[in-house]
Design a protein around this ligand. Structure first.
Ligand SMILES: Nc1ncnc2c1ncn2[C@@H]1O[C@H](COP(=O)(O)OP(=O)(O)O)[C@@H](O)[C@H]1O
Ligand SMILES: O=C(CO)[C@@H](O)[C@H](O)COP(=O)(O)O
Length: 506
């Protein structure tokens, strides 16, 4: 039998999953790792942790599925986008990777916009404005703030592409993840020589860029031995986790929107041509589907807000272990009514991207009174995150993009309360699929396409993706949320200047 392996280098951990050519999942495994915050607004991870989690989870799935090494024909890689792995000439990691939600590059975003000749000129070259989380500002930050490290710099890789290097010995990226560097000509699907030259960056810093289903190499002898696989096993381009999740959710045509509550929150729609939000609130990136694009809105702290609330503030619930902590907290939240007794939560704990693009935005509970208990506060955190997703939905609807179906994914959407809340806040039924590991499943499908088990990604999705459950909106709850949402929307504008003052003091 032929098997395909999907590996997703997420922010909270790595997930690996093994499917056969019919798309049946034979094994799944995950391993968590820490996120380091040396200062407020800075987020870093050690690429070595991703590699160790990759080895551990791949060995686990091979063991669970009891497959022969030679039966694993191809691997697809997915991962958190925008992160910067800085390598020297000997392929040594120079410093910890800066992540997608790191906010230290405000000055470098201004520098990029100026060097490009203004925001409009920049968007013309790379389809997007400069945002702190993207990769190009991180490279400039290294040049400006750590010149000795910059002098050693030979290659910059995205998180999943660093894992590819360790698997195959090859430097390579693919169009969907490369779009989030701010250095890709998204329309032409190749590196923007023009912008690289304006930024005085050597194009050799970047790896060759492929389409997502293309084979970029095979396992090296060392990697094959470490993982218990063979050197015939191919590695395909794969995709950034948002596009990979969209493939795993079957969002490969217009009309379906996917929402993801992972550490970040994502609202994703397919487009047949490059389509733009004139205000730059949504990103316009290449899709993992050849010759197609997508738009998405991204919230920097989504499931991450519940993680912060449960781990840092509640610090566990009596009698509930770490593994069940989210379920324990959300079971309690289910005892509070929709609307959390008029308590609102702004989830901008790490600044925000869509719709505010403001690194200084901060989190807040608004409307507290003495009747509010822990249940209301936990529920308000979940509702605040869901309102933030609705902000992206409203922008997408405003651009006349058809939204006939909403598919919910990510760790948070495994939770029935959060699924119901999404349906109620969006005022529309949400579906979930039989396979919940969106990005890992998506890139396992890309691996199957790369191995020619399917003619196209669309064909692979049609054959393998099945809706498991539909959650209709509850009218009464939707009415409550429709009263609260306009207040939620106004709060950021009312607090913006105070957030900026506070951020300076943190
Ligand atoms: N049972 C659960 N109930 C509610 N939320 C959950 C549950 N399990 C995970 N989550 C949420 O999912 C998030 C992790 O989602 P995941 O898609 O695995 O993220 P990432 O890809 O960023 O690593 C956690 O931060 C948490 O908020
Ligand atoms: O920044 C983005 C997309 O633009 C994030 O979606 C990251 O790609 C991280 O994703 P998760 O680890 O939360 O899935």
């Amino acid at each position: 039998m032929s098997y395909y392996l999907g590996i997703d280098i997420g922010t909270s951990g790595t997930k690996s999953l093994l499917i056969d050519s019919e798309g049946t999942v034979h094994a799944e495994a995950s391993a968590e790792y820490p996120l380091h915050q040396p200062r407020a607004g800075w987020t870093e991870q050690d690429p070595e942790d991703w590699w160790k989690a990759t080895i551990r989870t791949v060995r686990q799935v091979i063991q669970i599925a009891k497959c022969k090494p030679g039966d694993v024909r191809a691997i697809g890689l997915s991962g958190q986008m925008h992160g910067s792995v800085f390598l020297d000439k000997q392929d040594k990691v120079i410093r910890p990777a800066l992540l997608w939600n790191d906010q230290r590059t405000v000055a470098e975003c201004d520098e990029i916009t100026t060097r490009a000749g203004g925001r409009k000129a920049l968007i013309k070259m790379v389809a997007n404005p400069a945002l702190t989380g993207f990769t190009a500002p991180k490279i400039l930050w290294l040049r400006n703030r750590e010149p000795r490290n910059f002098d050693r710099l030979a290659k910059v890789l995205l998180p999943k592409d660093e894992i590819r290097r360790r698997l195959t010995g090859e430097y390579a990226s693919e169009v969907s993840d490369a779009s989030g560097t701010l250095l890709l000509d998204v329309v032409k699907r190749k590196w923007s020589k023009r912008l690289l030259s304006k930024l005085e960056l050597d194009p050799d810093l970047l790896p060759p860029v492929y389409e997502s289903e293309d084979v970029t190499g095979t396992l090296s002898k060392e990697a094959a031995e470490t993982l218990g696989l063979t050197t015939d096993c191919k590695v395909v381009g794969g995709a950034g986790d948002c596009a990979a999740g969209a493939v795993g959710n079957g969002v490969v045509k217009r009309g379906i929107l996917s929402t993801s509550v992972g550490t970040s929150g994502v609202m994703f729609v397919h487009s047949d041509t490059p389509q733009y939000d004139s205000e730059g609130r949504l990103h316009t990136f290449c899709h993992a589907v050849r010759g197609k694009w997508h738009m998405m809105g991204v919230n920097l702290t989504s499931g991450g807000a519940l993680q912060w609330w449960v781990d840092s503030i509640l610090q566990g619930l009596s009698g509930i272990g770490k593994k069940d902590r989210y379920q324990g907290a959300t079971n309690e939240a289910a005892n509070a009514a929709a609307g959390s007794g008029g308590l609102l939560f702004l989830p901008y704990l790490n600044g925000e991207r869509t719709p505010h693009a403001d690194p200084s935005a901060r989190g807040a509970f608004i409307g507290l009174n003495t009747t509010h208990q822990r249940a209301e506060m936990t529920r308000a955190v979940m509702e605040g995150v869901t309102f933030a997703l609705r902000d992206s939905l409203e922008i997408i609807r405003g651009l006349d993009v058809p939204v006939r179906e909403i598919r919910a994914s990510g760790g948070g959407s495994k939770n029935p309360l959060w699924r119901q809340m999404q349906a109620d806040v969006f005022g529309k039924k949400v579906s979930t699929l039989e396979v919940e590991q969106g990005p890992a499943f998506g890139v396992a499908l890309l691996a199957a396409v790369g191995d020619q088990a399917y003619k196209s990604i669309a064909e692979a999705c049609k054959a393998t993706i099945k809706v498991a459950e539909q959650t209709p909106a509850d009218r009464k709850a939707t009415k409550t949320y429709n009263q609260l949402y306009p207040i939620y929307q106004r709060l950021y504008g009312n607090l913006k200047e105070d957030f900026a003052e506070l951020a300076k003091l943190q």
